[in-house]
Design a protein around this ligand. Structure first.
Ligand SMILES: Cc1ncc(COP(=O)(O)O)c(C=O)c1O
Length: 366
């Protein structure tokens, strides 16, 4: 589409072609196409970037969450508290682990409301899974306090938040495990599916390493039943190269967000909060507006792409019917689902593009 696309993978490839093609060629020539030294190098690079003691590379962010729950000991009969306005993967991972997802509503900023989390704790609660939606961290201080009070594990869904910080702590490094996605649409993106877990707990990292490879501890010994969730060598090599420029990607997105903040009419547009110790990485720039669908159509007519993350809260999905929630169960998340709109914020936009989008949004809402 001409105009201002919501994402621009062609621009990404054009910008990095020269740097990336030798990396791709060397992996293909090397003949080691699953796991290997390139995966270890990626894990080391993530440790250096996050400061976590361990990183385990996996095949997806969903696997990071599902296997993460497993190594935390979460299983049948356990409850895990999580927000209902995430991408479906966070809840799906809880179901995959055999546990019961218990939703807690969110704050106006779209992240978990700690008061609702505290109210949702029962004798069966085993873990809290906050989601750092949009590249902006949930209130980890309050969440860790609740977890400590009740002896709960905290598994961070940091799929959208590599590099995000709150009061100097990086997303994924505050809880017991941090789970990341490197899906093509993430700020740190593979050329396919990939994900990883960070933790300071060596035992959990070791167990994740064997679970990702059939539960094998060596070529001939299966210690427990596992899965296949190894990272492709090619993805690891691409991710290591892209991690080197992640801070530039984040800086460009933050600059775009700052431009929106200066240009959009705050009386008509609720913008994501940013301040008070936050370092937000803007995986998405999600505004909340009246007449969202009409605004989206208005933008589309002008060649401006946008997206909705996510139009149907998880508790209202057909798959969640057995959990017994209906409309009104989580009113804040439900109200936001009808008002949220993700504006283009990617790193290949020029200041003039942001201005064009802002003028179109303000013009429509005036
Ligand atoms: C909040 C959230 N959690 C989990 C995931 C799952 O990651 P993946 O697609 O790598 O499985 C994603 C992204 O897709 C996500 O945005």
């Amino acid at each position: 589409m001409a105009g201002i696309p919501y994402v621009d993978m062609a621009a990404q490839f054009a910008a990095e072609r020269e740097r990336l093609m030798p990396v791709v060629e060397s992996v293909l020539a090397g003949g080691m196409w699953v796991g290997g030294a390139a995966v270890e190098a990626f894990e080391a690079a993530v440790r250096a970037y996050t400061g976590a003691a361990h990183c385990v590379a996996l095949n997806s962010g969903t696997d990071a969450l599902a296997l993460g729950l497993k190594v935390l000991g979460v299983g049948p009969g356990d409850e895990v508290i999580t927000p209902p306005n995430s991408f479906v993967a966070s809840t799906a991972a809880i179901v995959q682990a055999g546990a019961v997802p218990v939703f807690a509503d969110v704050l106006p900023d779209q992240n978990l409301d700690p008061e609702r989390v505290a109210a949702a704790v029962t004798a069966r609660t085993r873990a809290i899974m906050p989601v750092h939606l949009t590249g902006r961290m949930a209130d980890m201080g309050a969440i860790m306090d609740i977890a400590a009070r009740h002896g709960l594990a905290v598994i961070e869904d940091a799929a959208q938040s590599i590099g995000s910080m709150l009061h100097g702590r990086q997303a994924g490094t505050v809880g017991h495990l941090g789970c990341f996605s490197a899906h093509p649409l993430k700020n740190l993106n593979a050329a396919g599916d990939a994900g990883f877990v960070v933790t300071d707990d060596g035992d959990m990292a070791d167990r994740l390493r064997r679970l990702r490879n059939h539960g094998m501890v060596d070529r001939d010994t299966v210690a427990e039943w596992g899965v296949v969730s190894r990272m492709d060598t090619l993805q690891a090599a691409i991710l290591t190269a892209r991690l080197e420029t992640l801070d530039d990607v984040i800086a460009a997105r933050r600059a775009n967000a700052a431009r929106y903040r200066a240009l959009l009419d705050p009386a008509a547009v609720f913008m994501p909060p940013d301040g008070n110790g936050e370092f937000n990485t803007y995986h998405t720039f999600v505004v909340q507006v009246d007449r969202r669908d009409a605004l989206r159509a208005h933008l589309a007519e002008r060649g401006i792409g946008s997206a909705i993350h996510y139009p149907v809260p998880i508790h209202l999905q057909p798959a969640a019917a057995a959990l017994g929630h209906g409309p009104g169960s989580f009113p804040v998340a439900e109200a936001q689902a009808g008002r949220i709109l993700s504006l283009p914020v990617h790193q290949f936009l020029a200041p003039a593009d942001i201005e064009t989008v802002a003028v179109a949004v303000n013009g429509f809402l005036a």
